[in-house]
Design a protein around this ligand. Structure first.
Ligand SMILES: [Zn+2]
Length: 511
């Protein structure tokens, strides 16, 4: 039986277009989803948009547009950006969807019936961009620590969720399940936050009209975070399609930014406990991609437009660069110099040239038909084969740990070894002296490229497709991974493309 795998990203606000920081989370999650599909899992990859926020309403008003009209346009545009980056999501929840309203209202009713919701008055500093209250001591010089803008003093009668009641159960769960919060640093932050004492939090707003009405009091709407988290249930059919829900839930991993781990590792599990639903298996809080040392931010107007990069370089250059350069879980810097350097050195030179010269030589020496290897493998052949096996072992280890950059380092070591194999075997000399040996060398190079294409598929899917196309074969996605990754899968006698096409044209630093 195929194993299911349910993976999610956070849903993004619709008040501005996504920048490279958001693209990073999508690309990383897409790599997980594609790797799991490749290795035979029944994957469900969910993303979406968080549309019931005060920010969306204000932005629409500033543009003189009806809010619904504005969020429709933004959701469509955001989806287009993700498609451009080859993000292979299976569903896209918009929190203005009718199915999501139903899920939220059912969820609220469950927590209310469990005795975990009560009315009370709340006042405090509220950052509209964060959609969160701050304690006075959390502000920096009176400003939101994230946005550096002045928060508003809000006072209203709200419904509260009895988070404090779940403090002990949460601690027990996190302690008993070391993988529940990753990486380790996030886990320690959350543990000390919970040990510091949990306060009940307000889950409704009376001053806002845009949002999902509270079932027992339609004069209020649900707090946008309470509503947003529930999208992970909406996406797998809760509460109407329980067969689908029970198949995919609980989520295997929620991928989120490290700034919202508190919502996902404290509020969300407590809400699920209250509603009597199983908890996700893991929450992974990744780091940020900085630009010139500053966090990219839509509200601050700083960021790099991923759509423009794709137009200029292609999706895979950006995907490769971000996953290779930033160890997942830590922070990293986007630099144009580093980006163009990776594009030219790793993609155009190392990988692109290996494919190009291999296909050219099969055409030049064997009329485009890949020969059968002849004779026993030599020392370098055996080394190449052994390294291929090691590369897949490392791919598996690092993908299970979500260590994408480790996986890419290992794959590119294999690419480097294959390039060295060309040099030490010197096919252009063998062409005059030893046709049998030449046949083995070219077969081994083609087979190495077949394996490389499968190994890189999760990270740079378009490149993997284009590579196998030039080798005259197709990618095997989830058919029989144990066999696909074995040496020798390429069938001799197959015809490669007649004129190889460079995978990556070399690029100059944009001016
Ligand atoms: Zn803020």
């Amino acid at each position: 039986m195929t194993k299911k795998f349910y993976v999610t990203t956070a849903i993004i606000y619709v008040n501005a277009l996504p920048h490279v920081g958001h693209a990073y989370e999508m690309i990383a999650t897409d790599a997980i989803a594609r790797y799991k599909r490749l290795t035979g899992h029944d994957v469900f990859f969910l993303t979406g948009t968080d549309e019931n926020s005060l920010n969306a309403e204000r932005k629409a008003r500033s543009l003189g547009l009806p809010t619904q009209h504005y969020v429709d346009e933004m959701a469509a545009t955001i989806k287009k950006v993700w498609r451009k980056l080859n993000i292979s999501f299976d569903d896209f929840v918009r929190t203005t969807d009718e199915r999501h309203r139903l899920a939220c209202q059912e969820f609220f009713t469950r927590t209310y019936d469990a005795g975990d919701v009560y009315p009370s008055t709340y006042e405090g500093w509220y950052c509209v961009s964060c959609e969160a209250f701050y304690r006075a001591e959390e502000l920096m010089d009176g400003m939101c620590p994230v946005h550096k803008t002045k928060p508003e003093w809000l006072k209203e009668k709200n419904y509260f969720f009895a988070l404090s009641k779940y403090q002990d159960r949460l601690l027990q769960h996190i302690e008993a399940n070391p993988d529940f919060i990753q990486p380790e640093a996030r886990r320690n932050e959350i543990l000390s936050f919970i040990r510091g004492g949990l306060q009940d939090f307000s889950i409704s707003r009376s001053s806002v009209r845009w949002g999902i009405p509270v079932p027992i009091d339609p004069s209020q709407v649900l707090y946008v975070w309470f509503d947003a988290l529930i999208n992970y249930l909406t996406g797998v059919g809760w509460p109407t399609d329980l067969t689908r829900f029970q198949h995919y839930w609980p989520a295997d991993v929620h991928i989120v930014g490290k700034d919202i781990t508190r919502f996902h590792c404290v509020y969300w599990p407590a809400m699920l406990m209250s509603a009597g639903l199983p908890l996700p298996r893991e929450v992974f809080g990744h780091g940020f991609v900085y630009l010139r040392g500053e966090r990219m931010s839509k509200s601050l107007g700083t960021g790099v437009d991923p759509g423009a990069i794709v137009d200029d370089f292609g999706a895979d250059s950006l995907r490769y660069y971000l996953l290779r350069e930033v160890p997942f879980g830590r922070d990293g810097d986007f630099t144009w110099e580093g980006f163009v350097q990776r594009h030219n050195a790793d993609l155009a030179n190392d990988l692109g040239n290996l494919l190009n010269r291999t296909v050219s030589m099969v055409n030049r020496y064997f009329g485009g038909v890949v020969p059968t290897p002849i004779g026993a493998p030599t020392g370098p052949d055996a080394e190449l084969m052994a390294l291929a096996a090691d590369t897949f072992a490392e791919l598996e280890r690092s993908m299970n740990a979500l260590a994408f950059s480790d996986a890419l380092v290992a794959i590119w070591q294999f690419v480097g070894r294959a390039n060295k194999y060309v040099e030490e075997s010197a096919p252009w000399v063998l062409a005059k002296s030893d046709r049998d040996r030449l046949a083995s060398v070219l077969y081994n190079l083609v087979e190495s490229l077949r394996l490389i294409a499968h190994a890189i598929y999760a990270f740079v899917p378009e490149t993997a497709e284009r590579a196998v196309e030039q080798l005259g074969i197709e990618l095997e996605i989830g058919t029989n991974w144990g066999q696909t990754r074995q040496w020798g899968g390429y069938r001799p006698g197959t015809r490669v493309i007649e004129k190889p096409v460079p995978l990556f044209p070399k690029k100059e630093l944009p001016s």
